[in-house]
Unconditional design. Structure first.
Length: 438
């Protein structure tokens, strides 16, 4: 019995091991099959990935070629824009030279013929001829002014994605806007004086280097000063219709003319009279009769001072008018100008027309006002104010360069960086880096 039980036990153990071995072999076979399937899937996926990598490499090569082509086109467009800019500049200079050469002689002709038409001791035939000459000269004078006022000067129409070229276009468009009454390139001086001597002879030397306009009384002087906004005014202290010192005070209180430098001409040499002249806001005075060289020296000194003011603005001091030695009227104007630009800081389309609409003056007078107060064109003033605000933002280190560029109205961060470096002498990334370091 025991032997039989032992044989049964041995048989069961052998059967178990055989069953176990069979089961393990079967599991191994299934596992190997699964591994083979997974390997095949992986190889297939690997093949797909390799194919996609090849496609990406090919696409990158195509994109690189397109990028190189675009860069070449960009360079070509910039070259074309520069060529167009040079042609435009030549046209503007041509109009400026024509205005300078024609305007003054025509003014003299009008002045002389008007006197002839008012002469009483001449025959009807001569009077009629003089009247005909005066009428046609006046018509020609009007046509020349219309020509100079025209905004139809051919300016380059540059693609909008070329900011530097667009900036050049705007710059020369403003220069064209400033060509008025033969005013460019010579400074425009208004002389308010009732002198029996012929002013064309008396101021002949000054007229050779400046554009001159004459007013024989205070009323005409005030009208011409506020309408044409000259670069400088020479005003006699004694006028037939009033006091020249009072006129000077009026001009200095008027926002349209407060920035215009005024030299008072007086025949009185006492210090008290000179003090009265300066108290009205005059920039300088000169005692009559005077030497032409002395007058020219005073004018040069005033223009030199204005140039220094422009340099200060170009250095970035744009938003703190209280720091400058200027009249209260001009400080108020500048504060308003800063406020206007800040309110439209993110508007990249904010330009000369939009800026001018905020002031109670004509577009042309706003342009001359900004030029007279800051020495900058409106576009330069807007751009530099944007850059000054950008400097403040970058100094806080809270935004990157591109974000700041868009925040202050630039559409191209690269152009923004170029303008920023030109104004402040350093890249915007350098300013931000210093801010983050501190």
């Amino acid at each position: 019995f025991r032997l039989g039980l032992l044989l049964l036990l041995i048989t069961c153990v052998i059967a178990y091991f055989r069953w176990r071995t069979y089961h393990l072999k079967r599991s191994k076979s299934e596992l190997e099959h699964r591994v083979a399937l997974s390997t095949a899937d992986l190889n297939k996926a690997k093949s797909i990935i390799e194919q996609r990598q090849k496609e990406i490499i090919t696409q990158n090569e195509i994109l690189l070629q397109k990028n190189n082509k675009l860069e070449a086109q960009s360079v070509e467009m910039k070259d074309m824009a520069e060529e167009i800019r040079e042609l435009t500049e030549a046209k503007i200079k041509f109009f400026a030279n024509i205005s300078h050469e024609l305007h003054t002689p025509l003014h003299v002709i009008l002045h002389e013929t008007k006197e002839l038409t008012e002469t009483q001791d001449e025959t009807d035939l001569v009077a009629e001829k003089h009247s005909l000459i005066y009428t046609n000269a006046k018509r020609l004078f009007k046509l020349i002014n219309q020509l100079l006022d025209s905004r139809e000067v051919a300016l380059p129409s540059v693609v909008r994605n070329e900011p530097e070229a667009t900036s050049d276009v705007m710059k020369y468009r403003e220069e064209t806007e400033e060509v008025k009454d033969g005013r460019a390139p010579a400074p425009f001086i208004l002389i308010i004086e009732n002198d029996p001597d012929r002013p064309e002879t008396k101021y002949h030397k000054l007229a050779s280097t400046h554009q001159i306009e004459y007013a024989l009384n205070g009323a005409d002087g005030l009208r011409l000063a506020t309408e044409h906004v000259p670069d400088l005014i020479l005003c006699d202290a004694h006028l037939p219709d009033g006091d020249g010192l009072h006129l000077c005070e009026q001009l200095k209180k008027d926002e349209r003319s407060s920035h215009i430098p005024i030299i008072i001409m007086t025949s009185r040499s006492g210090e008290e009279h000179h003090a009265q002249a300066m108290a009205t806001g005059a920039d300088d005075y000169i005692t009559k009769p005077f030497q032409p060289d002395l007058l020219e020296l005073k004018i040069k000194n005033i223009f030199f001072t204005r140039q220094k003011l422009k340099e200060m603005f170009l250095q970035g001091a744009l938003t703190m008018p209280e720091q400058f030695n200027m009249s209260a009227v001009d400080k108020q104007f500048l504060k308003h100008a800063v406020k206007v630009v800040r309110e439209n800081l993110q508007n990249s389309n904010f330009g000369v027309d939009e800026f001018s609409s905020y002031f109670g003056m004509s577009r042309r007078n706003v342009l001359r006002k900004v030029k007279g107060v800051t020495g900058l064109s409106i576009n330069e003033y807007i751009r530099n104010t944007r850059l000054k605000e950008a400097y403040t933002m970058l100094s806080k280190g809270e935004r990157n360069v591109s974000e700041v560029a868009y925040a202050v109205g630039f559409t191209d961060p690269k152009y923004f960086s170029n303008c920023f470096k030109k104004l402040f002498g350093k890249l915007p990334s350098e300013v931000r880096m210093v801010a983050n370091t501190n």
